[in-house]
Design a protein around this ligand. Structure first.
Ligand SMILES: Cc1cc2nc3c(=O)[nH]c(=O)nc-3n(C[C@H](O)[C@H](O)[C@H](O)COP(=O)(O)O)c2cc1C
Length: 358
């Protein structure tokens, strides 16, 4: 097996339990740069910058300025909010200022409600059509092509002409595309256009079935994808301590947060979300372990935080064993997190990373 790529996670609103005001640290640039430097020095290969209240570009730029060339930011971007030409210009500017081969895009399909606010009146499946056209244009532009294009969503004339002086820094290679989506059009987009297919955590059985489908569709397009898994880790010296930490997360969550997360239609879109919801059925347990779907796998995080909701909970040896089990399914990339992000970047780097990289 090749050495896995292991990323950490950066988000401005963070802390011990950032979904509650009491568990959140003040948003502060110096702190966030400290977090980037910590993840870099601890040995992570980069970090995912997810969409959130704050825009990813200024944040990732500020962290790229204080981290080394090995530390690669993965920026979540909705297709269609800026033109493909503008996004390519931003990517190439980033490459000139912070070094080539650092930036990657995480393609986000997004939620219908949120995107309507931005003027994008497309439903889930249509957004994947836009996505396919948009990202194939961004790939050609960041690789330095100059071309005309007549498509369903875009009409471009001499696209890339304004990037001629910027593009050679990437040596003809496009900015890599990573992507997570579990619906049929999502898997088709991945098979045809992206470089790394990402998924939230699931028990090995259903995960293998999905990864086989992704590999099969990619092969039908004559392509092979890297496969990545996004997981939250709750690692302690003993199993009992780890589950006690998971219990505490349930205890500190307010009834309002549970009600919002389980009732808010904005958080309920997409096949990925549905697969995650089915793992806990919307039930808040008295003890975290009641929701253990497979040894050490806990889908309970999605009861209180949006997005990825599966944690691996256990002692160091147990968490390493679970991650190795995912490696054997073909996972070659991990995006990990733990709260607070600063302290947990060190704990996880010191306990888990050496064994996972063996
Ligand atoms: C690893 C990973 C990271 C994601 N990051 C974001 C994000 O930053 N912002 C967002 O809105 N959605 C994010 N998503 C969610 C997908 O974009 C979302 O599920 C999409 O709507 C796919 O829908 P589908 O599962 O129905 O294909 C992420 C998904 C995965 C697997």
């Amino acid at each position: 097996m090749t050495r896995p790529e292991i990323l950490w996670y950066v988000i401005p609103r963070e802390g011990a339990y950032p979904w509650e005001p009491a568990g959140r640290r003040r948003v502060d640039l110096a702190y966030l740069q400290q977090l980037g430097v910590a993840a870099d020095r601890a040995g992570f290969d980069g970090a995912l910058f997810a969409t959130d209240l704050y825009d990813v570009w200024p944040l990732a730029s500020a962290l790229a300025a204080v981290t080394g060339p090995r530390f690669k930011p993965l920026l979540a971007v909705h297709p269609g909010l800026v033109s493909p030409t503008q996004l390519a210009k931003q990517a190439l500017t980033f490459a000139h200022l912070f070094g080539p081969d650092r930036l990657r895009f995480n393609v986000v399909n997004g939620s219908t409600e949120q995107l309507r606010q931005a003027g994008l009146q497309l439903d889930h499946d249509e957004r994947y059509e836009l996505s396919a056209e948009y990202w194939s244009l961004v790939k050609r532009l960041t690789a330095g092509e100059v071309f005309d294009h007549h498509g369903r969503f875009y009409e471009l004339t001499s696209a890339g002409a304004n990037l001629r002086e910027l593009a050679p820094i990437q040596g003809g290679k496009h900015t890599p595309l990573w992507f997570g989506g579990s619906s049929a059009p999502g898997i088709e987009l991945a098979a045809e256009h992206v470089d790394v297919y990402l998924t939230w955590g699931e028990p090995p059985g259903p995960l293998k079935e999905k990864l086989d489908r992704v590999r099969g569709r990619a092969a039908a397009h004559g392509r092979q994808l890297r496969l990545g898994l996004r997981l939250h880790l709750i690692v302690r010296d003993t199993e009992a301590e780890a589950w006690a930490a998971a219990d505490r997360l349930l205890d500190v969550t307010s009834p309002q947060t549970y009600a919002r997360m389980l009732g808010d239609p904005d958080t309920r879109e997409g096949e990925g979300w549905a697969r995650q919801f089915r793992q806990h059925g919307g039930r808040v347990p008295a003890k975290a372990r009641e929701l253990e779907t497979y040894p050490n796998l806990w889908p309970g995080m999605s009861l209180f935080r949006p997005g990825p909701g599966t944690a691996v909970v256990g002692s160091t040896a147990q968490v390493v064993e679970r991650l190795r089990e995912f490696r054997r399914l073909g996972i070659d990339t991990f995006i990990l997190s733990g709260n607070p992000l600063l302290e947990e970047s060190y704990r996880i780097a010191e306990t888990i990373l050496p064994a996972l990289r063996e």
